[in-house]
Design a protein. Structure first.
Length: 263
């Protein structure tokens, strides 16, 4: 049985990310470049196969900054990370086609991690045209059907759209924490195997999120151990990529899962 689970390490260049320790900023709010290089290097050493960089907070309820401010936050750190770690695949957490174009011009190929479900109509054809990998996230609360049915319907529609626009390489993110109640998040995790029908890698991002914190009455800073419990459940149900704050601990969880599964 051969299966490789990838770890996507989270790097935030925002002042308002829900988990404070994920922020890579100096006290004056500018990127702490020295600390950033150390942090990314440690993530890679601990087992991250992808580094996901965000410069516009996508936590529910946050207000997006302008495209120019997003780029100002992103440009210098991105240039530094790419020059310091030329071989690590990078993912950029953005929903804007303009940012996609600028990042491509700066560093070449990368993964477009769009948590908005392609709200910018230009982002999918642009990503397809550049030959990039695209992460499509279900984030809409609309619909009266149960959450698994809503997510399946969304990705059926997106699969058709991707084919029409020539997007061959895309990853499915069910969107835990986006437009879903606490109960729906857990129902979706239980129903994760049904998403395998699309034949795409499944990315699961549950690290220190409210589905842990609200259930247990704890803060994101206290959510390391229960996050690993969710990661184990996601692995059991077919997750291919785990997007995480805590790379070393997640690598340990995957190692245990692999041993149990005989991988």
């Amino acid at each position: 049985m051969e299966r490789k689970t990838e770890i996507m390490g989270i790097v935030n260049l925002t002042p308002d990310s829900f988990y404070s320790h994920s922020r890579s900023l100096a006290p004056d709010g500018t990127p702490d470049l020295d600390a950033l290089v150390v942090k990314v290097g440690k993530m890679i050493g601990d087992g991250a196969g992808i580094i996901d960089i965000g410069a516009c907070s996508t936590r529910p309820g946050s207000l997006p900054v302008s495209s120019e401010e997003e780029w100002q936050r992103l440009e210098t750190p991105l240039r530094l990370i790419r020059s310091s770690f030329p071989d690590i695949p990078l993912s950029i957490d953005t929903f804007r086609s303009g940012i996609v174009s600028r990042v491509y011009d700066l560093i070449g190929p990368f993964i477009v991690n769009d948590v908005s479900g392609a709200s910018d109509p230009s982002v999918v054809p642009l990503t397809a045209g550049l030959g990039l990998t695209y992460v499509c996230t279900h984030s809409s609360p609309e619909g009266t059907a149960d959450v698994v049915t809503r997510v399946l319907d969304f990705f059926r529609d997106f699969a058709d759209r991707a084919e029409e626009e020539g997007l061959k390489d895309w990853i499915l993110d069910p969107g835990f924490g986006f437009g879903k109640t606490l109960e729906e998040n857990y129902s979706l995790l239980a129903g994760l195997p049904s998403l395998k029908q699309f034949g795409k890698k499944i990315l699961v991002g549950v690290s220190r999120k409210s589905m842990v914190c609200k259930l247990l009455g704890i803060s994101p800073e206290e959510a390391l151990t229960p996050t690993q419990a969710l990661h184990m459940a996601a692995l059991e149900r077919g997750a291919d990529i785990l997007r995480v704050h805590d790379v070393a601990e997640t690598a340990q969880t995957i190692k245990i899962w692999n041993r149990i599964s005989g991988i």
